[in-house]
Ligand binder design. Structure first.
Ligand SMILES: Cc1cc2nc3c(=O)[nH]c(=O)nc-3n(C[C@H](O)[C@H](O)[C@H](O)COP(=O)(O)O)c2cc1C
Length: 166
């Protein structure tokens, strides 16, 4: 079974998580960064994982657009969905729910909230101000949730094993 991971990232945290997924999932795993204009046909994959990060409560428009443009195809495939964000608990869960179309959330076999990072070296002036004011944080911090990534990989592995038994 071939797996495609479709994602976008602002400061590199989602990309780090994609690398962890890629290392954890066995078999052929290809990645599609939606900011790069690489031509990959999602039709050629049995499992499609889609992820992005939350800024001001929203996932990137590119991720939303990809989901909407491929809704029919995605509901015919095995899919996994994830976000990176710094909120946790109910706020993170609500951000996750809002990030993807309801139909895909219901259809997804694997779901994950992977935590996030504030990377001050990569932020612009305005972003630094916002993070200082709202999150009350003034230096870089990493809260990537390795356990949730491991659990997500397990869910994807289970999907592959079930399919191999058929
Ligand atoms: C300007 C700014 C706004 C953010 N807004 C939110 C937010 O509304 N909710 C949240 O949970 N995290 C928020 N974050 C944290 C990001 O989701 C976090 O930095 C994430 O790891 C970014 O991933 P990326 O580097 O792949 O884009 C914000 C970060 C920045 C810099």
């Amino acid at each position: 079974m071939k797996t495609l991971i479709v994602y976008t990232t602002k400061h590199g945290c989602t990309e780090k998580c994609v690398d962890k997924l890629k290392n954890g999932i066995t078999g052929q795993v290809d990645v599609l960064n939606l900011k790069k204009s690489v031509k990959i046909d999602p039709n050629n994959y049995e499992i499609i994982i889609i992820g992005g990060s939350i800024h001001a409560g929203q996932i990137q428009k590119r991720v939303k657009r990809f989901c909407l443009n491929h809704l029919k195809l995605l509901t015919d495939k095995k899919i996994g969905l994830f976000i990176c964000c710094m909120e946790d608990g109910e706020t993170a869960a609500n951000q996750f729910k809002e990030a993807f179309p309801e139909e895909l959330m219901k259809h997804a076999s694997a779901k994950g909230i992977f935590g996030g990072e504030f990377n001050f070296d990569k932020m612009n002036f305005i972003e630094r101000l916002i993070v200082k004011k709202i999150a009350k944080i003034d230096k870089s911090v990493s809260n990537i949730n390795e356990e949730n990534i491991t659990e997500f990989v397990k869910q994807i592995t289970k999907l592959r094993d079930e399919n191999n038994k058929k």
